[in-house]
Design a protein around this ligand. Structure first.
Ligand code: SAM
Length: 329
């Protein structure tokens, strides 16, 4: 085990790095990457894989032991699985996982498995193919569903389904989505919509976890599942005799900043200290200037020292990233 050196001012141990490998996505979800004009990174602005690997190795020597690859959509970047394999081989890394929209999962699943990834998060907000196309701008429901079935067949565990609950969009499907956990060993995670950046989701009162939970409970008793340190912010439950689980993630109604153990590496090479803050340290410039590992370690430590206790209570247009797709969720 590496010595944990990434401890912030609030005594939080930061052992979890989320790496966004691209700001590009093959979907245009209304709440994440809406069909609005937005600036994309130029090729040379994006960290190369060998740069990501070097930063990851340095993070691991400082105590990072868990990495999630995200995006944009990570599987749209060429040879994402090659990167996964190299990351998984780094000594000291305990856990590597991937968040994907699932569109390219079928053709990549064997390489993902071979790379050493055991856990997958797949985003799916609806079971209705037409609505899927409305939310994402692409008629891809069947592809994602086949990908989910294949992930179960190939024994990824757990396979978590990330479902952003939005009033007026998928709030009439909460029960049906939760019911998937009765028959499939899926972990269905309901996530409150975060009001980030430019969004094309309908307005109106937010749909929060207490209401979602109330609705889901019409299916049966929700039995609490014991929280383990790797669970992150999800509060876990299970229906009696269910194959899978339900998780509730409440970044809005009950944010979990106190337990935050995360740092993010953005596709353009910044260590971002909080999803909803722009406090970040540029690690790409010193890396490309040829600085030593010790200098890059110092960048990590500086970011950690600046990590805010919590994200701003009230998000203003200026305190937010442009769109979630640019930071990786
Ligand atoms: N393309 C991948 C995917 O779709 O899973 C990874 C990137 S995506 C930004 C990561 C997660 O963030 C997805 O599960 C997505 O649903 C979630 N997300 C995006 N925008 C969000 C928002 N405004 N509020 C809550 N979750 C959001």
């Amino acid at each position: 085990m590496q010595q944990q050196q990434l401890i912030d001012r609030y005594r939080r141990h930061l052992n979890y790095l989320r790496i966004s490998i691209t700001d590009r996505c093959n979907l245009r979800c209304i709440y994440c990457n809406p069909r609005l004009p937005g600036k994309k990174l130029k090729h040379k602005e994006v960290l190369r894989y060998e740069e990501i690997l070097r930063i990851a190795r340095i993070g691991i020597t400082l105590g990072i032991d868990k990495i999630r690859i995200t995006g944009g959509e990570p599987l749209v970047r060429r040879d994402c699985c090659g990167l996964l394999e190299k990351l998984a081989a780094i000594k000291g890394l305990r856990d590597i996982s991937l968040t994907t929209n699932g569109i390219l999962l079928e053709e990549n699943i064997d390489s993902i498995k071979a790379a050493g990834v055991k856990r997958l998060n797949i985003s799916l907000d609806t079971l209705n193919p037409d609505k899927y196309a409305q939310i994402t701008g692409y008629a891809g429901f069947d592809r994602v569903w086949s990908g989910i079935e294949l992930a179960l067949e190939k024994n990824f565990y757990p396979v978590k389904i990330n479902c952003v609950a939005i009033r007026g969009v998928n709030d009439n499907e909460l029960e049906a989505l939760a019911a998937l956990s009765l028959t499939y060993p899926l972990h269905i995670r309901f996530i409150e919509l975060m009001p980030i950046g430019k969004m094309a989701a309908p307005g109106g009162p937010p749909l929060l976890i207490p209401e979602i939970k109330h609705r889901v409970q019409t299916l049966g008793n929700l039995i609490p599942v014991r929280h383990t340190p790797g669970d992150g912010p999800a509060v876990r439950y299970k229906f009696e005799n269910a194959a899978g689980e339900i998780g509730f993630i409440s970044p809005v109604s009950n944010h979990f900043c106190r337990e935050c153990n995360r740092l993010r590496l953005t596709a353009d090479g910044h260590i971002l200290t909080c999803l909803l803050s722009d406090i970040a340290e540029d690690i790409k410039t010193p890396l490309r200037l040829g600085l030593l590992d010790a200098d890059l370690k110092a960048v990590f430590l500086k970011a950690v020292a600046r990590k805010p206790f919590q994200h701003p209570e009230h998000l203003t247009p200026l305190s937010q990233p442009e769109q979630m797709v640019s930071i990786g969720g």
